[in-house]
Design a protein around this ligand. Sequence first.
Ligand code: ARG
Length: 301
Amino acid sequence: MDRTATRLGWGRRYVMVEPTHFRVDYRINPFMDPADQPDPARAIAQWRELVATIERLGGTVEVVPQRPDAPDMVYAMNLGLGLVRPDGTEHVVMSHMRYPQRRMETGSAQQWFAGRGFATSYVGRDGVGAHLEAGDAFAFGDALVVGYGPRTEELALKHLAADLGVRVRGLRITHPGMYHLDLAFCPLDERRALVCPAALDDASAAALLALVPEPLVLTEEEALTTFCANSILVGSTVVMPACPDRVRAQLEEWGFEVVVVDVSEFHKGGGSVRCLTNPVDVRIGRDLPSVPGGEVLLPPE
Ligand code: ARG
């Protein structure tokens, strides 16, 4: 077993939305088809199994109720970007969703977070600022790595960096099926991550591969058909919706355990394990450096 790389400091505390009103009512990504509805009982059972798995692995889950008029709210990752500031303040930068069908989710989520003592803010709202969807943003290495294009706008990166006092590394997403970075990138430890370069333009793919010392590179097909990059890490266990054999072999060689949880009902809305879970324990100053004033690094045109 290889124990040389340091484990992630975050990924123990999650916020999730109970799927009491999960439906596919519209089509804002290529996976969604209103003619192919999720089975409500199966969806709840799969979601509960995911919660139980996270808890069994030592993680905690806090549950936000789902708004009846917000069928995509189950993809809790997109509600906002949770970070613990250097002074210990728990902060959530609320998303400003690209599509109007999802915009009402964040107002409810903001009240929920505020009611639990989180400070909240926005980088875009009601026609001002920029679109931000938190499934595009992950701490890795020396920065907050943020995918932009299909959902998050480039302008959001500047606001995030300045408001949070962190370095933001932008990556241009070009693949319509990997519309959030979390469908193509999953940090595993300080040196390793699941990476699907096919989601990005050439310069951004090269930038991401340069950032991850030991990438586990996924093919476009692996990422799109199994959602395997849309996984989470709880301790040393990778919780995945599916795990191709060669991916499992590499993960185990690196010393990770793999647990597969079937969340196939949620694939009908275009999201999987990561999309259903929102980690709120990423610490500025521990998991990503504090950079007063902020800094944005973009890939070359
Ligand atoms: N139907 C949702 C949307 O298109 C799926 C979100 C998936 N979530 C994620 N973090 N990738 O917005």
